[in-house]
Write a protein that binds this ligand. Sequence first.
Ligand code: BG6
Length: 482
Amino acid sequence: MRKNPKKFPEGFLWGGAMTASQTEGAFLDGGKGWCVADIIRHDPYKKPEKKINTEITTKDILFAMEDKQGYYPRRYCIDFYHTYKKDLALLKELGIKCLRTSINWARIFPKGDEDKPNEEGLRFYDSLIDEMLKNGIEPMITISHYEMPLHLTLEYGGWYNRRLIDFFVNYCQVLFERYKDKVKWWIPVNEINLIMQESFNHLGIPSDKVENVLEAKYQGLHHEMVACAKAVKIAKQINSNFKIGAMVTCHNAYPATCRPEDAMAALRCNQMENYFLDVLLRGKYPGYVFRFFEEHGLNIRFAEGDEAVLRDNTADYLSVSYYASRTISEQSSKNLYDPETENAYLKTNDWGWTIDPVGFRYCLNELYDRYQTPIFITELGFGARDTVTEDSRIHDQYRIDFLRDHIKQLKEAIYDGIDIIGCLTWGPIDIVSCSSAEMSKRYGFIYVDIDDEGKGTGARLKKDSFFWFQHVIETNGEDLDD
Ligand code: BG6
């Protein structure tokens, strides 16, 4: 009888993940154009559990570009654009084997619709990737992680416009050719299923430019998936060893009760999250999606040839981010934008995100059952407020607890027989939070002395979790206790 492994496999890729627009800053340096992230303002009065408004109009964009009063954290971040060498040295000391970051589209194509890329932008990423390799850190590149050039939203209406497919594929081709011998792991689009909460960041559709925002989102997603499939085709022509991922965030929904109607509502909610993987990994839209479109009065246009492109160019692996699970009832599911209801069995963090390690194993099992494709955990993390003691220490036991409990469940998932390639924790160094546009929601093993208004020395301090995770990597996940 076959025996499943009870340990993390040799060569398991422990690491970290982040993104250009939450780390780099330098928002107009090196010829970079404005991108969608640059107009997200910090709101000091926002309640933690409330997300930033992601339905943005042209007026909001133009206001933000002219605004001299507000603070826009993602324009400055932790200044990684200038500090990357020192930061990578710290990450090397942490022991990470792989680092996922993104390339900011607007550094390479400042407006997005140019034919030729901005050489200065590419040179920055040449140095960044070379520095990772020099430090023995394998790069993983996300091509689009909430960083679309703003010009593409103002001029074209974002991904709703089919022309975005060509602009994106051209951008991908430039990167694949440039880094064909340096980068093996790619993710064309971050968390393609996260469209209700991150609609503007992700799809760049100003809500005043379309008649029906929901329809525009699903149309935009169709364009994005066709673009991903075309990117896979080009990637394989350039280097057949590239590994191209299809990425979702797994925030799996449990039924609120065992009432069949609640179970059905949770199932449908999960299906409408998973259908992106059906398209990107299996090459085909499942039937229930067309029912959903019809019931919501959405008319999604497919161009001739789209189905064949999707069928013939599927991704190689499943990239998953995991933070929290959700619970859904028939009633709560009627609110498409916020379908969650409370789960009495789970605690939450300060931002209302459930803490559910078993849910992590549950969702990995579900995904592997469906797709039988190797899974790479490309984000896992715990956002928390940290306190610096007088002797400059950060005792972040809560972060250690969260990661230890989740990594234990990951090990269980490996024993369940799931093929897992690696585990990248989110924000190994503190970065600006995406959904709440603040520094206070920290994920890092390395503290960065910058506050929500961008004030601070920028100093980097190792938290207790730094030494804990270093030991986890050294023992290949065998010793998880602190
Ligand atoms: C993921 C995104 O959904 O969650 C990241 O890919 C984001 O960009 C991360 O930062 C954590 O979310 P937040 O809102 O706490 O930063």
